[in-house]
Design a protein around this ligand. Structure first.
Ligand SMILES: C[S@@+](CC[C@H](N)C(=O)[O-])C[C@H]1O[C@@H](n2cnc3c(N)ncnc32)[C@H](O)[C@@H]1O
Length: 629
């Protein structure tokens, strides 16, 4: 259990890593009170909201453990990720995205709800910058605003987490907290856990370079089990500059239902774990869709040599009966090809073995695929068509909406959000004001710099130290806040890299809506590209003047500055911020192209800008960005 010291006795102990920990068996949770001595007198500083949320969670945990027959195991309860291998990111002021929410007196739901631009892009508002101030509802990770949950003991999967209140699709359930570790260490730990015979793992991928491990430190999210037909999903959020993972409901969930999400596990060889989620669409083992597993299923080597199954004596399912997946079907839920009324699994010969009655073999034929009550067309096409005609999942006896429509209708809503965001970015960055900015402030022959030389740095200084900490774009009317987001640009790189690394299926159904989206993205790409070029050409000379090469180190260093140069620096900063708009645009269009098509071949077939072009565009932005910095 959390913070177990194993020393007996009772009381509180300060955990060096996580603040207050809990260690005794008296189930006493210390209040997060901080006794501060002020001029010789002790002052009691009250708990913050997040501190009391954590305390309540820990108390719950104790209570549930006390009720339970089995202990939960040792782990330290934490309320936010622990990052030890690097410095936690500090959000620069220029990186903060400020939404445009307006508080409407008559509408309590108005500030930072579904229409909040930050909310739409999975970014939490930054306290002190959000126009909704304390009414902001988009700081759920920061304030630990979790749904009510309770621990449950499952029959086959150890502990699990269940909803203790009714939830709606899209509701935030809980953050997945743990120790943030580099990928290499994650692999080493996974190996070590396996070697030690531990089949219960708590590793989750955070980003291209890091994992979260909640084996030693974590919160209740670590108890959520995997299901092949889950009712929740993980979503990456940007919180104060750091990436964090949240668990969100994907369906309406009734209180008492176990919460699950798809771990999307990858198998790299070694131990194979049986999945006991019990879903109709269950693939039998963890990681059956991963390449290594599929290669092993087809060819045995090279992963087969050290492969074994946990609990070998367990005869519920043999690995030979695990499903062999056609790579080109990656995007379609497996259930789309399986009769939902038939509980079973496909084996390597395309037969289905009934899991309830192992040994019985039934051949699945194309006609048997019942999705949308199909005719002669392929099940996959039918699924796409039915989704376009019917974005909201509709229950029906002949198809299984929870397995087919729901994920795709979600994709549709993501598209809408992206389009909105793109329009917003474009609207804020009008061609005319941009040209004016460049001409007025940067053109080397301009007369304006002298005239404004003494005023500008002061103004910049003022805004830097302004108490409100909101930065204004000089070209925009006062009150218009600047929208700058560098983290988006980093995300763009990750997304594009993932895309480039991913396999391209040969054919993919294309919807008209998707084509429109891609065309829209193409327009954005083209205007972004020309904007970038123009800015490069115009401010290049000014920036170069500002730096000189240090002979000893051959590095570019800022030259000694006079007022005018200081002014140029301020202008460069200003332009860098403008450039961040371009990153946002590039990022948005990448997401547009990705979410709309999920497949680059589509672009080629429709003569649209290919992701490679977008990629190059973003790479050139990166180079330019570094250079100007
Ligand atoms: C993040 S933990 C979930 C909590 C865990 N059940 C516990 O008692 O602490 C992940 C582990 O739970 C087990 N597990 C989760 N989902 C499962 C499933 N569908 N089938 C079998 N085991 C599962 C596996 O041992 C897995 O490594």
């Amino acid at each position: 259990m959390a913070g177990d010291s194993g020393e007996g006795g009772g009381g509180e102990q300060q955990n060096s890593r996580t603040g207050w920990g809990i260690y005794d068996r008296l189930k006493k949770v210390p209040r997060f009170s901080k006794d501060v001595t002020l001029r010789g007198r002790k002052v009691d500083v009250p708990e913050t909201a997040s501190e009391s949320a954590t305390r309540r969670m820990v108390e719950d945990l104790f209570k549930q453990e006390a009720d339970a027959a089995e202990p939960l195991g040792d782990f330290v309860q934490i309320e936010r990720n622990e990052i030890t291998h690097r410095r936690p990111k500090r959000q620069e002021e220029a990186e903060i995205t400020v939404c445009e929410c307006v508080i409407e007196q008559e509408n309590p739901e108005s500030p930072c709800g579904d229409q909040c631009l930050n909310m739409m892009t999975c970014t939490e508002c930054t306290p002190g910058f959000c126009p909704s101030k304390d009414l902001c509802r988009n700081q759920r990770f920061q304030r630990c605003q979790y749904a009510q949950t309770k621990l449950v003991k499952t029959e086959t999967r150890g502990w699990g987490l269940a909803a203790a209140q009714d939830l709606k699709a899209g509701d935030f359930v809980i953050e997945y907290c743990g120790e943030v570790i580099p990928v290499k260490e994650a692999f080493q730990r996974a190996k070590a856990y396996e070697t030690a015979g531990r089949s219960c793992w708590y590793l989750i991928n955070l980003n291209g370079g890091e994992y979260i491990d909640s084996i030693q430190s974590g919160n209740l999210a670590r108890f959520i089990n995997h299901s092949c037909d889950p009712n929740c999903e993980t979503v990456k959020w940007s919180v104060l500059g750091e990436e964090r993972i949240g668990i969100f409901a994907t369906k309406d969930i009734v209180a008492g239902t176990e919460l699950t999400y798809d771990y999307k596990p990858t198998w790299y060889g070694g131990a194979r774990m049986r999945c006991s989620c019990g879903a109709t669409s269950c693939t039998g083992f963890f990681g059956t869709k991963s390449k290594a597993f599929q290669i092993y299923m087809r060819e045995g080597a090279p992963f087969g040599k050290d492969a074994y199954t946990w609990e070998d004596e367990d005869e519920r399912l043999d690995v030979e009966e695990a499903e062999l997946i056609d790579d080109t079907e990656d995007d379609a839920p497996l259930s789309a090809f399986i009769d939902p009324t038939f509980i079973g699994k496909r084996n390597r010969t395309g037969h289905i073995t009934n899991a309830k009655n192992a040994g019985t073999v039934t051949k699945v034929t194309a006609e048997k695929s019942p999705v949308s009550g199909g005719t002669g067309t392929s099940p996959k096409k039918e699924m796409t068509a039915s989704v376009e005609a019917q974005p909201a999942p509709v229950a029906g006896p002949s198809n299984n909406p929870s397995e087919t429509s729901a994920p795709v209708s979600r994709r549709v809503s993501i598209l809408k959000k992206d389009k909105l965001k793109a329009q917003h970015v474009l609207g804020r960055f009008k061609e005319s004001s941009k040209k004016k900015a460049i001409k007025a402030y940067v053109a080397p022959n301009s007369t304006k710099p002298e005239a404004q030389a003494d005023k500008e740095p002061k103004k910049d200084q003022e805004s830097r130290h302004s108490k409100k900490k909101v930065r204004f774009d000089d070209d925009e009317p006062p009150g218009e806040k600047k929208l700058v987001d560098v983290s988006m640009f980093k995300r763009a790189r990750t997304v594009i890299n993932e895309l480039l690394l991913s396999e391209i299926p040969e054919s993919y159904p294309i919807s008209e809506a998707a084509c429109t989206e891609v065309e829209f993205a193409q327009e954005l790409a083209m205007s972004t590209e020309s904007d970038l070029k123009k800015i490069c050409e115009e401010i290049g000379p000014a920036v170069k003047q500002f730096y000189r090469r240090d002979e000893s180190t051959s590095e570019e260093v800022p030259a000694p500055r006079n007022e005018e140069e200081k002014w140029i620096e301020a202008r460069c900063k200003h332009l860098r911020n403008l450039l961040n708009f371009h990153h946002s645009i590039a990022w948005t269009l990448c997401r547009l192209s990705l979410t709309s098509s999920a497949n680059p071949t589509m672009h080629a077939r429709n003569g649209c800008t290919s992701p490679i072009v977008i990629y190059e565009l973003v790479v050139s932005s990166i180079r330019f960005f570094r250079w100007i910095r």
